[in-house]
Design a protein around this ligand. Structure first.
Ligand SMILES: Nc1ncnc2c1ncn2[C@@H]1O[C@H](COP(=O)(O)OP(=O)(O)O)[C@@H](O)[C@H]1O
Ligand SMILES: [Mg+2]
Length: 223
């Protein structure tokens, strides 16, 4: 088991009322799964992904990640856990516009305090693998959306994570670019990377092996 959520609730208080963002979420994810999360806008998809990625906390329930109880961990230990095992891909890429492609890819390694020579080798390797060696000195705004997302995925992968969390990764891409990203996810998944993606597209969801449907913060179905 890679991770397990048990009876997770998350809420905010507003005007003396409790507004639930997640309600009683139970979810088990095995290593090697490829899961799609679907649901209308505002149903809690991003919140769920952020909880899984430990970017957000929750108010009730239990979260086990690789046999660690995330809800009981100190912040530093939790940060080490996600830096080690989780890579994020965002709809709007979240690349740093003032940094080159090379420097963007290097960033997660700097956070992990990987040494200079090793860092160089890892970035070079990733540039090579994604066929973007020629783009290494360009800035994100000099790339197409599809190329930016390729860099986004490369950056998520550079630390060799077990889990990729992708929040509408193709939301800003045309159909050909989307297809490329989905093919890439498929290949990564075949290589053993666990993937959880949020998508509005049935076609993208079909790349995964399981679909979870959310409505008003609740899991309403899973297929
Ligand atoms: N920090 C917050 N405070 C108040 N409401 C929030 C907060 N974060 C998210 N929400 C609300 O929670 C609901 C779920 O949001 P989100 O997870 O972003 O949905 P989705 O990704 O499915 O569109 C939305 O109604 C949103 O407005
Ligand atoms: Mg969202």
């Amino acid at each position: 088991m890679l991770l397990e959520l048990g009876n997770i609730f998350k809420w905010v208080n507003s005007g003396g009322q409790r507004i639930f963002l997640l309600k009683d979420i139970n979810l088990s994810v095995e290593e090697g799964e490829f899961i799609s999360v679907m649901g209308p806008s505002g149903s809690g998809k991003s919140t769920l992904l952020n909880v899984i990625g430990m970017l957000d906390g929750f108010d009730e329930g239990e979260y086990q990640f690789l046999h660690e109880s995330v809800h009981q961990l100190k912040e530093k230990h939790r940060a080490n856990l996600y830096k080690e095992y989780i890579g994020f891909v965002f709809q709007s890429y979240h690349l740093l516009d003032e940094l080159t492609v090379y420097e963007n890819l290097e960033m997660p390694l700097l956070y992990k305090k990987v040494k200079g020579s090793e860092r160089k080798a890892m970035v070079a390797d990733m540039l090579d693998r994604f066929n973007i060696v020629g783009k290494k000195d360009l800035f994100p705004t000099q790339l197409s959306g599809g190329q930016q997302q390729l860099v986004g995925v490369a950056r998520a992968l550079i630390t060799n994570p077990k889990l990729i969390l992708a929040d509408e990764p193709t939301g800003n891409l045309n159909s050909q670019q989307s297809e490329e990203i989905m093919q890439l996810f498929k290949k990564l998944n075949e290589e053993g990377v666990t993937i959880i993606q949020v998508t509005h597209s049935e076609k993208n969801a079909a790349y995964g092996s399981k679909v979870i449907h959310l409505l008003d913060g609740r899991k309403i179905a899973s297929e």
